[in-house]
Design a protein around this ligand. Structure first.
Ligand code: ADP
Ligand code: MG
Length: 489
């Protein structure tokens, strides 16, 4: 837990998130219009989305399935009966004059997400509920100097609003939660998690209190579309609230905006009350009733999620906690690693993937799907090391070339003549030369300074350009330097 040191003592930050996640689905929540990103304005608007008189919404089963899948992935209760309500308000990009949402009974109830913090401690963030709702359209202010245009492509697209309990105690915890949630959504395939495109965004509720006291009054910072902004906005807001209170003021519950350029939050409007929206069940839609069999079928099709995958990597493959965390955060990374590790030394595979591959991908700005070194190719490289065909040192060079050219490890090794020398006769000759050149050291060794073995190994490796098989070199050196032992064998 990280406290804020104010003039009058320590303050604790309390954070709860309301996350909007766009559902992965080809069509909208209540119409057949496409949800594809980047289309020309108003090219994907059905009569329902434009709220033409006489049209009626029909719920899209795919969106319902995705919400249930997400609920199960968040370890949450699925409500077999839920209700769609109208949330009434005026906005130019909301042709209906209301948003269809879920208020009194949401499709998903209480759940939990476990987060791991930098220092290794784990915390549980409780999920209060997940409900389905429509997105609004978009006002375009930059097309005309005097007019605002409206694009309804997004109107009616399905969103999942995921609400947490106020369980986070620092901006870092809020950031860790968001990263974990995004990872789970991507594993499930229910939201693409692309925050820059707005598919995933969060309203961050922040309050401060004296440690151990009840909850303080919160402010809600709207629409943050990156994890960094969530951390910055929460940190700024908590400090601001401490200053206001310590200056003798009090916090008004309000909605604030984060100015990403200046790193500050600004008041946008006082918080509207729930009754302002005149929520009532949408008379155009029946209550949403699910079969237990429908839910069970989705449960049976869930993929292995990050926590379970991590436990398996640690327990069955012997990876460290840190390595497992890095590998499972992204499903594609985890799958790549597993393909490399299959039938091989898992720790060696993890090292190559985390250090060499991720390093190279980062430097070149490529995603794992674009890696010139595919999983079978990296596996091939590791096999050559394990078989003793190349040394670990040459392998680094081979990997670089593979990454630049996309070649197979075997081809690079042959082209560059990097095969390790395991031929005993050849190595014996080099060993003898090295020992003859360093007769003084040999004497020191024989008088008990056996640490010098490393020095001799180094000299032999140098003389062979790093290509001698270190195991063979060690054996020959020992046989030469410890003749007694050599004879016994
Ligand atoms: P609203 O729609 O009015 O914003 P919700 O119930 O949808 O209300 O969301 C409330 C959010 O605010 C939840 O994420 C909750 O965890 C968070 N929250 C509630 N009280 C506090 C508080 N005192 N400090 C910080 N966050 C809070
Ligand atoms: Mg809210």
């Amino acid at each position: 837990m990280s406290l804020i040191e104010g003039r009058s003592g320590a303050w604790e930050t309390v954070i709860g998130l309301e996350v909007h996640a766009q559902v992965v689905s080809e069509s909208k929540l209540f119409s057949g219009a496409s949800t594809a990103f980047g289309a020309e304005a108003n090219a994907q608007v059905s009569l329902v989305d434009a709220a033409m008189p006489g049209t009626l919404p029909v719920v899209n089963e795919r969106c319902v399935e995705q919400a249930v899948r997400t609920g199960l992935g968040l370890d949450a209760e699925i409500n077999l009966v839920s209700v769609f309500d109208r949330k009434n308000y005026f906005y130019p990009d909301l042709p209906q004059g209301y948003q269809i949402s879920q208020y009194s009974q949401s499709i998903v109830g209480r759940g939990a997400v476990e987060i791991a913090l930098e220092d290794g401690t784990r915390r549980t963030v409780r999920i209060l509920r997940l409900h389905l709702e429509q997105d609004a359209g978009k006002s375009l202010h930059d097309r005309d100097p005097r007019k605002t245009w409206v694009d309804l492509n997004r109107a009616g697209v399905a969103l999942m609003e995921i609400v947490t309990e106020p369980d986070m105690r620092s901006p870092e915890e809020a950031a860790a939660f968001m990263a974990k949630l995004r990872s789970i959504l991507r594993y499930l395939g229910t939201c693409d998690g692309n925050m820059q495109e707005g598919s995933l965004r969060a309203d961050v509720n922040v309050s401060v209190r004296r440690p151990g006291e009840g909850l303080g009054t919160r402010c809600e910072i709207k629409n943050l579309n990156s994890i960094r902004f969530i951390r910055q906005a929460a940190a700024y807001e908590a400090k601001r609230q401490v200053e206001v209170i310590e200056d003798g003021g009090s916090i008004e519950q309000e909605t604030r905006l984060f100015d990403t350029e200046r790193g500050v939050t600004r008041s946008m409007r006082t918080k509207e009350e729930e009754h302002d929206y005149r929520y009532f069940p949408d008379p155009d839609l029946m209550p949403l009733v699910l079969d237990q069999a429908f839910v069970d079928g989705i449960r049976a099709s869930l993929p292995e999620l990050p926590d379970a995958k991590k436990a398996r990597f640690v327990e069955e493959l012997g990876l460290s906690d840190e390595d497992a965390d890095v590998l499972v955060a992204d499903r594609d990374n985890a799958e790549y690693f597993e393909a490399v590790a299959k039938g091989r030394d898992a720790k060696a595979a993890a090292n190559w993937v985390i250090h060499d591959l991720f390093g190279a991908l980062n430097r070149s700005g490529l995603s794992i799907g674009e890696s010139p070194v595919t999983a079978p190719k990296l596996g091939g490289l590791i096999d050559l090391i394990q078989e003793g065909t190349i040394s670990g040192r040459s392998a680094k060079e081979v990997f670089q070339v593979m990454f630049e050219t996309g070649s197979d490890a075997g081809i690079v090794v042959t082209e560059r003549g990097l095969e390790q020398v395991s031929d005993t006769g050849a190595i014996e000759e080099i060993v003898d030369t090295v020992l003859a050149e360093h007769a003084d050291r040999v004497a020191e060794y024989r008088s008990g300074k056996t640490r010098l073995l490393g020095f001799f190994v180094g000299q032999v490796m140098k003389a062979t350009g790093g290509k001698a098989n270190p195991k063979t070199v060690n054996e020959i050196l020992r046989a030469r330097l410890d003749p007694a032992q050599g004879r016994d064998e």
